[in-house]
Design a protein around this ligand. Structure first.
Ligand code: KIV
Ligand code: NA
Length: 275
């Protein structure tokens, strides 16, 4: 079956109602994201927020496929997009096609996302010409943390022209949308105005065509560090800590389980049942 929302629909949202994007890594979270968002991004942030990795560099194709399948199962109307992990696409357009087509075939997602601007344009064109819709990602590209020297703002001063050129290059190559991460607000606004594809901001000011956050960040489930662009809409980590503390105390003082949680040895007669 063809999905209700496909990349051309997302592209056509340029300049319209803001695109709402959140990450998801599991079926139950994908169902909640699906009810409220346009895109469910299976981000390689999964490595840090779910698997405890120190960066996204250790994320594998197998991890993306497993989480991608879980998210696709939970999406009825939102469009799932799968991040291509570090090392799965940079070597050549052919390598990128091999892995992107595998992500799509094995998860059922209709699109992938990959990081990089001008240097990835040839690959993006190769993929889009062959049936792989690409969401691009420029500005701060976390897979390049070691060459960038940290998770700093990208695009201030003379760096601005490069980020603009990156955004224009991925559009010209055929990307249907582009994530702008940790880009100064004025530059993000100029890029949004210059492009005909939607920009999806994260730490990129108030004028992008859409927004994305890591769901575990905005729910307060991942609290190891907190970038300025993360707004906490809930404190589920704190709630989980209190719930687990209460469970541990009740098991230790034998107040859980209570009689109503057990199963009687005899099947009880149903109320009103004929004897
Ligand atoms: O991996 C991820 O979650 C992302 C978003 C933050 C855009 O790439
Ligand atoms: Na990512």
């Amino acid at each position: 079956a063809v999905r209700p929302v496909l990349p051309p629909d997302i592209r056509a949202r340029k300049g319209g109602a803001p695109l709402v994007v959140l990450t998801a890594y599991s079926t139950p979270m994908a169902r909640i994201v699906d009810a409220h968002c346009d895109v469910a991004l299976v981000g390689d942030s999964v490595g840090m927020v779910i698997h405890g990795l120190p960066s996204t560099l250790g994320v594998t194709m197998e991890m993306m496929i497993l989480h991608g399948r879980a998210v696709v199962r939970g999406c009825q109307k939102a469009m799932p997009v799968i991040d291509m992990p570090f090392g799965s696409y940079e070597e050549s357009p052919q390598q990128a096609f091999r892995n992107a087509s595998r992500l799509m075939a094995e998860t059922g997602a209709p699109a992938v996302k990959l990081e990089g601007g001008q240097h990835m344009a040839e690959t993006i064109a190769f993929l889009t010409a062959r049936g792989v819709p690409v969401m691009a990602h420029v500005g701060l590209t976390p897979q390049a943390v070691n060459t960038l020297g940290g998770y700093k703002v990208v695009g201030r001063a003379e760096e601005a022209a490069k980020v603009m050129a990156d955004a224009e290059a991925v559009q010209a190559a055929g990307a249907f949308a582009v994530v702008l991460e940790k880009v100064p607000e004025g530059l993000a606004a100029r890029i949004t105005q210059a492009l005909t594809i939607p920009t999806i901001g994260i730490g990129a000011g108030v004028r992008c065509d859409g927004q994305v956050l890591v769901v575990d960040d905005m729910l307060g489930l991942f609290t190891d560090f907190r970038p300025k662009f993360v707004k906490r809409y809930a404190e589920l980590g704190r709630d989980a800590d209190a719930a687990i503390a209460a469970y541990a105390a009740e098991v230790r003082d034998r107040s859980f389980p209570a009689p109503e949680h057990g199963f009687p040895d005899e099947v009880p007669a149903k109320a009103g049942a004929v004897k």
